[in-house]
Design a protein around this ligand. Structure first.
Ligand code: ADP
Ligand code: MG
Length: 464
């Protein structure tokens, strides 16, 4: 009986929907995802088995699978459906320790490969000599972060790791860089952003060169990693980071980490990593107050005066005005100041506040055009989920909440109607949008986290 129905099924399949031709599908992948993604990732997938309602694909490693699932799965499924409608899921089998690299390639001189990884990493391991302690200005918002950083340099492993967090443009990278500069003469300092770390990680996987990768990072005695929030949602990378972290701590290497949020707020990061990250000293950098902003501006003016040997035409009144206008971001403050100074030097003119307003009107008064697209992109970036997943029909909370927030923002920040917004979210009904707006309104009243996220997103959208 059982057998019969299977046969019947098979006949049914072969009549109604031909079996899949993997070559055709790969061509379609290449066309849809582009040559680069295809060559790096999708071309390495093989079709292992085809069932009526799903297919089993072979991938070289777990990391590979995670990467593909987190980025391309929805679109792949969509595409597969166009070949065979009955397919409703994709499963993966990991053929661990990929044999895809031939022994001939393996014979590739090992030494060469070491230098290759070294060179490419060293290119990003350069410290910027201009971001040092002596030009980092102390204020109440960054004092603890600054003194902790300096203490680390005096006595390594006193706090391990040192974790510094805070919003964009508040001086995290500056401090990390300053620590690196201070320590580099007597230590093997590694300074890398989490994004770069991943880049080398992937490259090593693809080249089957993990041994060198591990050695390279694990032999540093001071390991500084910037913007660790980048590992959110990336399982394979977290795994590797966790092992790197442990082996560094084991041999008492100093680890310094920056992030845009506190360790425990790193959603979609393994608990064991969060607890490691909070295991040393955690300090934050806050938005600068008026006093610090003014100090930073004055120092900058002084530097430029020394550099060009000329007097500045920037009055105290103007300084105060600039500090007042740039609410939180020191990077923006410096950018604005540079424009004002350049203008005044070119025109040899002492500037009034009105002049500044004119010079900076595109920064301060620009009418902000916020589109649904932009909101969707900003929200999916913020939560670190692929846009296609945020718009997909999947209902798991990590996707549904960001989706609702994006709908909410689309309603609040654009002039689009509810049905229009619904259409832009993969043809959803306007009642779904209403529900999202209500939910997010309610949650941001009672949930601090939600309130913070929504207001952060609003300011991201209004920035730029
Ligand atoms: P983050 O990494 O937190 O986004 P950065 O370290 O890149 O921020 O800082 C942004 C800019 O502001 C840099 O040019 C940095 O030198 C400058 N900056 C930040 N804080 C200070 C400070 N306290 N004193 C002097 N410059 C600062
Ligand atoms: Mg930074």
């Amino acid at each position: 009986m059982e057998k019969k129905s299977n046969i019947a099924k098979e006949i049914f399949v072969s009549e109604e929907e031909k079996t899949l031709n993997w070559k055709d599908i790969q061509l379609a992948f290449e066309k849809t995802f582009g040559k680069e993604v295809y060559n790096s990732w999708l071309s390495n997938i093989s079709l292992l088995k085809e069932y009526n309602d799903y297919i089993l694909l072979g991938v070289p490693t777990r990391f590979f699978r995670d990467w593909i699932v987190s980025r391309y799965l929805d679109k792949m499924l969509e595409l597969l459906k166009s070949f065979k409608l009955s397919i409703n899921r994709i499963e993966f089998k990991i053929s661990e320790e990929s044999k895809s690299i031939t022994s001939a390639e393996n014979k590739d001189n090992d030494l060469n490969r070491v230098t290759e990884i070294k060179d490419s990493i060293l290119n990003y391991n350069r410290l910027n000599p201009n971001l040092n302690f002596s030009n980092f200005i102390k204020g109440s918002s960054n004092e603890i972060a600054l003194t902790s950083s300096q203490k680390i340099c005096e006595q390594l492993s006193r706090y391990n790791p040192l974790y510094i967090y805070g919003g964009v443009g508040l001086g995290k990278t500056h401090l990390l860089n300053a620590i690196g500069l201070e320590l580099q003469s007597e230590n093997n300092v590694m300074f890398i952003s989490a994004e770069r770390f991943m880049y080398h990680f992937i490259k090593s996987i693809k080249k089957n060169d993990m041994v060198n990768f591990k050695d390279f990072f694990r032999k540093s005695s001071v390991f500084i990693i910037d913007d660790i929030q980048f590992i959110r949602g990336k399982e394979g990378l977290q795994e590797e980071f966790f092992h790197t972290f442990n082996s560094l701590i084991e041999k008492s290497s100093q680890i310094i980490i920056s992030a845009d949020r506190a360790p425990m707020k790193l959603d979609r990061v393994q608990e064991r990593i969060k607890s490691r990250l909070s295991g040393g000293l955690v300090v934050d950098i806050d938005s600068p107050d008026q006093e610090l902003k003014i100090k930073i501006i004055k120092k900058r003016i002084e530097d430029i005066q020394n550099q060009f040997k000329e007097n500045s035409n920037i009055s105290d009144e103007v300084i105060e005005f600039l500090a007042n206008e740039c609410k939180t971001n020191i990077r923006e403050l410096i950018g604005v100041l540079n424009r004002v100074i350049t203008f005044s030097r070119i025109h040899k003119k002492t500037l009034s506040i009105q002049d500044c307003k004119n010079i900076l009107k595109d920064v301060f008064n620009q009418p902000k055009i916020i589109t649904v697209d932009k909101i969707q992109n900003t929200v999916s970036n913020f939560f670190n989920i692929p846009l296609s997943e945020m718009l997909s029909q999947r209902r798991s909370r990590p996707l549904a909440r960001p989706r609702q927030i994006a709908m909410y923002l689309a309603k609040k920040m654009t002039t689009r109607s509810l049905p229009e917004i619904g259409r832009r979210f993969a043809n959803r009904d306007h009642t779904t949008v209403i529900h999202a707006v209500k939910t997010i309104t309610r949650l941001s009243e009672k949930d601090d986290e939600m309130k913070k996220n929504v207001s952060h997103l609003k300011s991201l959208l209004l920035e730029e």
